[in-house]
Write a protein that binds this ligand. Structure first.
Ligand code: ADE
Ligand code: ZN
Length: 345
């Protein structure tokens, strides 16, 4: 199954590129800039990655990002992710970046976006991975700071498909950013937001009503609100779910308690993603494998999750059709190897 999942064509829609910074690259970049890390070794960094909640993770995540200084650093970070994505048959990826994490420490907006963008261009030409870049505002900072960041971004609008909202959720409701998101949409940018990760279902409603999002990132607290479940199903608003992240951050105690199967069975448009793979012990393949094992998913479930990833992406309808045709062909080619469950397709 691990091989089958690895070769299943899929899209990733929820990956913070700063969260793909593996300790190996962190040490290499610290060397490059003669910086000292708070860890003595790569092994010590791995051991330090034990989190109680979202904030305890974010503290290490922002500290780790300090080694990202030059355009080359951002290129190397993104290229390393794309190479891993390629090995896991990710055909399309929509990547978040957090410009304020870098501008706050004196790294110009242009440095981060130029390095990431060049790697994405090379990912398309050298690996055949299509991509979109989503600028995330840090919700623990002010709406004014977000608006200033949007102004910085507008000259690079051709490189960005949309804007999102991440960082500490509790106490920072989506409605705080209504004006910024209005302005982004007026410029033709799409919108997404983290909601219902640690925060309540009301934040999901706010993201939909006030920020007019095309997708909800996480949304795993939706089952607490039956009306919301009905609305997400009716509107087919995608949820970009990140199972290993939710366990590592204590949103659910065990994978067996994770609601992804419940959400899928209820007819919601659920996708599987890695969030911050360097910190949470796995990329998309490992996330698929973990839920397959813990929740007894069928191959039909896995097919539906992969199909949802293309349906939920920001590519053209014709690109979706091409991607889903490849996915269907893969299912048919591998049919003989599959247990009878597949025949329910
Ligand atoms: N930034 C990086 N990962 C995040 C997460 N899981 N939630 C909120 N902000 C984030
Ligand atoms: Zn996230």
């Amino acid at each position: 199954m691990n091989d089958w999942i690895r070769e299943l064509p899929k899209a990733e829609l929820h990956i913070h590129i700063e969260g793909s910074l593996e300790p190996e690259l962190m040490f290499a970049l610290a060397d490059r800039h003669q910086m000292t890390l708070p860890y003595n070794s790569i092994e010590a960094a791995h051991q330090a990655y034990q989190f109680q909640d979202l904030q305890s993770f974010l503290d290490l995540y922002y500290a780790g990002a300090n080694v990202l200084c030059t355009e080359q650093d951002f290129y190397d970070l993104t290229w390393a992710y794309l190479q891993r994505a390629d090995k896991q048959t990710i055909r399309h990826t929509e990547i978040f970046f957090d410009p304020q994490t870098h501008t706050q420490r004196g790294i110009a907006f242009e440095v981060a976006i130029a390095g990431i963008h060049q790697a994405l261009v090379d990912g398309q030409s050298q690996l055949g991975i299509s991509s979109g870049l989503i600028l995330c505002f840090l919700r623990h900072l002010s709406a004014e700071d977000a608006m200033k960041t949007l102004e910085d971004a507008l000259p690079y609008q051709d490189w960005i498909v949309g804007v999102g909202l991440d960082s500490s959720e509790r106490g920072h409701p989506p409605s705080k950013f209504t004006a910024v998101f209005d302005r982004a949409r007026a410029h033709g940018l799409l919108t997404v937001a983290h909601a219902g990760e640690e925060g309540p279902p009301e934040y999901i409603w706010e993201a939909i009503d006030s920020l007019k999002v095309s997708r909800i990132d996480h949304g795993v607290r939706s089952p607490e609100d039956p009306k919301l479940m009905a609305w997400l199903k009716e509107q087919q608003i995608p949820l970009t779910v990140c199972p290993l992240s939710n366990i590592e951050l204590g949103v659910f105690e065990t994978l067996e308690q994770h609601p992804i199967k419940q959400l899928l069975d209820a007819g919601l448009r659920v996708t599987v993603n890695s969030d911050d793979p360097a910190y949470f012990g796995g990329y998309v393949q490992e996330n698929f494998m973990a839920i397959y094992e813990a929740l007894n998913l069928s191959q039909q479930d896995l097919y539906q999750l992969a199909k949802n990833s293309f349906l939920s992406s920001f590519v053209s309808e014709s690109a979706k059709e091409i991607a889903i045709a490849e996915l269907d062909a893969y299912m048919h080619q591998t049919l003989q190897e599959l247990p009878p469950l597949y025949n329910t397709l």
